[in-house]
Design a protein. Structure first.
Length: 126
C-alpha cells in the first residue's frame, strides 16, 4: 500500500466516518477494488489531505459542486460528513444559496430538500 493510499484511507475515515468506510470496504469486490483504491488515493490522499483549505471549507466546496452537478448520492454522503468536517447548517444554507444563483434554482431546491431531511435525521433544527 502506497503512502498516499494510506493517507487517503486515514482522511476518508476521518471525514466520512469509520462506519461508512467499513461498510464500503466490506461491500467491495475484486471488480471494483481498483476503483475504490483510485478514489481513496486520488480524492482522499491527494485533494482532501492537503492542508491548504481547512476541512470545513473543503466540505462546503464539495457540497456546492455536487449539488450544482446534480450528483445527489454523493451530495448526501458529503452532507452527512459535515458532522465530521465542521460545516454547520448555516454554512450549508449559504452553500445552497450560491448553488441557486450559480447553478440553478431546481438544483438548489432539491439540495435543500435533501439537506432538511439529513439534518433532521441527526437532530439539527432547520
Amino acid at each position: 500500500m502506497s503512502e498516499r493510499l494510506k493517507q487517503g484511507e486515514k482522511t476518508r475515515r476521518k471525514t466520512l466516518g469509520e462506519e461508512h468506510v467499513n461498510r464500503s470496504r466490506t461491500a467491495q469486490t475484486a471488480f471494483d477494488a481498483p476503483f475504490l483504491d483510485l478514489i481513496t488515493e486520488a480524492a482522499w490522499g491527494h485533494v482532501w489531505s492537503r492542508d491548504t483549505i481547512p476541512p470545513r471549507e473543503r466540505s462546503m466546496l464539495t457540497l456546492a459542486l455536487l449539488a450544482g452537478l446534480g450528483n445527489w448520492e454523493e451530495f448526501e454522503l458529503h452532507l452527512r460528513a459535515t458532522a465530521n468536517t465542521g460545516a454547520t447548517p448555516e454554512d450549508i444554507r449559504e452553500v445552497l444559496l450560491h448553488v441557486a444563483i450559480y447553478a440553478g434554482v431546481p438544483r438548489a431546491n432539491h439540495a435543500f430538500k435533501l439537506a432538511r431531511k439529513i439534518l433532521a435525521e441527526r437532530g439539527e433544527h432547520v
